[in-house]
Write a protein that binds this ligand. Structure first.
Ligand SMILES: Cc1cc2nc3c(=O)[nH]c(=O)nc-3n(C[C@H](O)[C@H](O)[C@H](O)COP(=O)(O)O)c2cc1C
Length: 449
């Protein structure tokens, strides 16, 4: 009874949602008792450690249970409302729901959004026009806009995510063994800057769990890939590992047969020593082993191998990466991961949190890095451009700088899933206005002007 009612008149449920959020806030004020900040940081401004200490007064257990129930009810309410908003596909409804969702702590909101996607509570995207189609990495992509790594780290909602209209989805980062990642809170919204800082630190269910999930939908993925919606899997290493190359090679062996492309992620800022793997000798050694393993995979269509790089590299680093990638015949680059830099004009209180910064303040830095890598590789190595894409203009800028495909993550936090359709529509319009017949014709256009 509840869902149909919500679908008929979901806006009517916004006030009850806000009541629920009050309960979240109440629960949050006592988050020390709720479990030591177990669901992230408080988007509404509460600070870690504020509130009651466990066992500080009699009856604290009952209070804790009531708060947990309130939190669960509130999150459930948010989930239902979000689901109905998404299923309805109404832009005004999204505008009403998104600020409400932002009152939920970032990591809890992320979990909620994933559940909604996993249940497929999303409007079906409109078909893509032929101008958006891209053939690259040995595959056809029905449109060039993909979901970046980090949103569906464990491969739990892949089919729902395609339904949002993405041309491709990247699962991961996945590490060989399961690991928890960094202590919470570890993800922060910088609302004034339309940015996020995260220091998840590769929380992962591990290869075996992700393999199981992807294997269960292998036939579905085969059809999706055939219909122009390929799948990427992003690989990492365990924090405690002493042999990074062995971790990536294991990822190729276990998850390679289930992917259209694999990503060697050597650029997340939250795993100590990881970015050192971008150095020339380390990278050559690592990629030689990864490519050898890929070449021996017993599957018909072997996955492409891409390297994901940071936006904070020196010119020498970038030259070295370009030379190794060209020398070894790596299939592509993903440019870029989050930045450890902090632009001076950031407004938000949270700007000094340690971690990787994504979203609007990353956009230009990432586009310039795409431009440089395209030039350094003479346009011979396909690039996926990622960082601060939230409009068709942002996507086309990256494409003209040299990206064959683009991805987004942080824009979803601020604009919700309808942004996927908006970016594609704007991109099609801009291509037409600027005289490009297709995305493929626009790739690297800045270098030919
Ligand atoms: C919360 C969060 C978690 C992320 N986790 C990963 C990850 O596990 N692996 C990875 O390669 N990139 C990860 N990223 C980086 C994104 O894939 C992307 O490169 C970056 O956020 C820039 O894109 P955006 O500005 O559109 O968010 C993460 C980003 C965010 C915001």
């Amino acid at each position: 009874m509840v869902m149909p009612l919500m679908l008929c008149s979901p806006l009517a449920l916004v006030p009850p949602l806000w009541l629920q959020l009050d309960l979240v806030a109440a629960a949050w004020a006592g988050r020390g008792a709720v479990g030591g900040g177990a669901v992230g940081t408080a988007g509404a401004g509460a600070r870690p450690g504020a509130g009651a200490r466990p066992g500080a007064r009699p009856g604290a257990d009952g209070l804790t249970q009531r708060r947990l129930r309130a939190l669960a009810a509130a999150l459930g309410g948010c989930g239902l409302l979000l689901g109905s908003a998404l299923a309805a596909g109404d832009e005004r409804l999204h505008a009403a729901v998104l600020p409400a969702l932002r009152a939920v702590p970032p990591e809890a909101a992320h979990g909620l959004a994933l559940r909604v996607a996993a249940f497929g509570l999303l409007p079906t995207a409109r078909p893509d026009g032929p101008a958006l189609e891209v053939c690259v990495l040995g595959r056809r992509f029905r449109n060039p806009l993909g979901l970046a790594a980090g949103f569906d780290k464990h491969g739990e909602a892949v089919d729902g995510l395609y339904k949002m209209g993405f041309g491709f989805v990247e699962v991961g980062t996945v590490t060989p063994k399961p690991q928890d990642g960094n202590p919470k809170p570890r993800v922060f919204r910088l609302v004034e800057d339309e940015a996020v800082i995260n220091r998840y630190g590769f929380n992962s269910h591990g290869h075996a769990a992700v393999e199981r999930r992807l294997r269960a939908r292998q036939e579905t993925q085969r059809k999706l890939t055939g219909a122009g919606m390929p799948l990427g899997v992003n690989l990492g290493k365990n924090k405690s590992s002493t042999d990074a190359a062995a971790d990536y090679v294991a990822g190729v062996r276990v998850l390679g047969p289930l992917a259209d492309y694999l990503v060697v992620n050597v650029s997340s800022p939250n795993t100590p020593g990881l970015r050192d793997l971008q150095g020339k000798a380390e990278l050559r050694d690592l990629l030689t082993k990864v490519l050898a393993e890929r070449d021996t995979l017993p599957c018909k269509h072997k996955p492409a191998v891409l390297v994901k790089i940071a936006p904070d590299l020196t010119l020498q680093d970038k030259q070295d990466i370009a030379s190794v990638v060209c020398e070894l015949g790596v299939d592509g680059l993903i440019v870029s991961n989050t930045t450890v830099s902090r632009p001076h004009d950031l407004q938000s209180m949270q700007r000094l949190e340690p971690g990787g910064l994504s979203g609007k303040p990353l956009r230009e830095l990432s586009t310039q890095t795409v431009r440089e890598m395209y030039a350094l590789t003479q346009g011979q190595v396909p690039i996926i451009g990622v960082g601060g894409v939230s409009s068709g203009r942002d996507a086309l800028e990256k494409i003209c700088a040299g990206a064959s495909l683009v991805q987004m993550y942080t824009a979803l936090v601020y604009h919700g899933p309808l942004v996927v359709g908006t970016v594609k529509r704007e991109l099609e319009e801009l291509l037409r206005e600027q005289g490009f017949k297709s995305v493929m014709e626009a790739v690297g256009a800045d270098h030919r002007r």
